[in-house]
Design a protein. Sequence first.
Length: 174
Amino acid sequence: MLLDVLAGAAASAVIVILAWRRPWRRRGDDRLVLETWLETFSLDGYLPMLRLAESSDAGFLSGYRGAEAAARYRHLQCQMLKEYLRSLSRDFHRLHILAVESPPREGRDGGNPSLAAVEEKMEFIFSMWSIELRLILNEVAPLAINLRPLLSNVDKVTARAREIARRRHDLRLL
């Protein structure tokens, strides 16, 4: 008897939580918020990352101010680059949601869009890990960090997300 009451209470709690969150409604609202965000998104805000990834500034500063000032500068440079990377990762995931959660993804990867989406996301994740590892190893020995493939990947996802958002908008107008 007590087990039945507990099971009923647990089932009621799950139903209340699901009804309270209204996932079927939130998803559409979130998509509209993301599509509004997409209208103002620009990859140009991430171009300073390219300069932060260069190590030539620290070498120049080392010649004028010494190794200690160059090390402090490089540390600040790495911290700012990490902030940019966190923001880029957050934006990539938003873009990826827009580009994946839609029916108009046809013709790619032999009719298996979910596989292409997973590959795309994994490519981004591995690129991020590679850059983060280079930033960690940069404390020991300066390494070149090439951010252009990562930004190119985000640019492709942005273009596809914009195209899909445009198609959705056109369908709403019909």
